[in-house]
Ligand binder design. Structure first.
Ligand SMILES: [Fe+2]
Ligand SMILES: [Fe+2]
Length: 277
């Protein structure tokens, strides 16, 4: 885990970088909104929630930002493992917190370990939740990898928490998206979009442009993606890059020959190369 840091006076980010061999590094972010009713947005990846340590790494990072017992809401953007890693541990340590999510996320979680229904608050895209000093509105982002995905717009910070949308695979960690050269950021976004949402190659381009326009209309002050360093006032740049995804080169993963080459490089011998001959 990276050291937690503040994005605004009341929003902190918890990040771990996940290496993708041969491609770069994928940030996995969770966020804490320290408002009147504190909110945790997503709960890290399983490896950081159950590393065999007395205090798993995600919990340790969270405790540096807030006493989990103060949390009132845990927003799960969807049930993919990199978003729900520590959710059950947090439910134990945050007895006053309820989970805001969709019916489909609850259903998917029941395939692993069910969420306690009495602690669930179902909110569909388009619906809002008043949490005292701000309103959180559920938003279906233009791009996603799971049917249950719902991001959120925070009325106070005007941050759009976009879940997997606007992610990027990076060469190296960065504190902010504006620290990344724009051509690298665009390439990283396109690589991520073609990996994460291959269906983008089949969309009607004008329909996709209309869904990108919904983000533009929200006029977010910043985009806080689950797989992107914080992006302040970069909405147009991020939208432009994502608009190119439907016509970008489709991603094809390494095949067996490439895997054996990688393994040979990792082990320092050439057994893999011989096996491909
Ligand atoms: Fe996902
Ligand atoms: Fe994700």
């Amino acid at each position: 885990m990276e050291r937690p840091c503040s994005i605004t006076p009341d929003i902190d980010i918890l990040t771990v970088y996940f290496p993708l061999a041969g491609f770069g590094q994928l940030p996995i972010n969770a966020f804490v909104i320290k408002g009147e009713q504190p909110v945790l947005v997503d709960t890290g990846a399983p490896l950081d929630g159950d590393a065999g340590d007395a205090v798993p790494r995600f919990m340790s990072a969270l405790q540096q930002v807030i006493d989990p017992a103060e949390l009132k809401w845990i927003w799960l953007t969807h049930a993919d493992p990199d978003h729900v890693g520590s959710v059950h541990r947090i439910l134990e340590e945050a007895p006053n917190a309820r989970i805001v999510t969709t019916f489909l996320t609850v259903g998917r979680m029941s395939l692993y370990r069910p969420l306690p229904l009495e602690r669930v608050y179902l909110l569909n895209p388009g619906q809002s939740l008043d949490i005292g000093d701000r309103t959180l509105t559920s938003v279906r982002p233009p791009s996603f990898d799971a049917a249950d995905t719902a991001g959120l717009f925070d009325s106070k910070s005007r941050a759009f928490f976009s879940s997997d949308c606007f992610g990027a695979i990076l060469e190296r960690p960065a504190r902010g998206a504006d620290d990344i050269p724009s051509s690298d950021l665009e390439a990283g976004q396109l690589l991520w979009a073609t990996i994460d949402a291959p269906w983008l190659h089949k969309v009607n381009e004008s329909a996709f442009a209309a869904s990108l326009n919904q983000v533009r209309k929200m006029e977010p002050e910043m985009i806080l993606g689950s797989h992107l360093p914080p992006a302040r006032r970069m909405t147009e740049q991020l939208l432009r890059s994502l608009a190119a995804a439907p016509t970008a080169t489709p991603f094809v993963g390494p095949d067996q020959a490439a895997l054996q080459l990688m393994m040979a490089q990792l082990t320092g011998d050439h057994a893999g190369e011989r096996a491909t001959a």
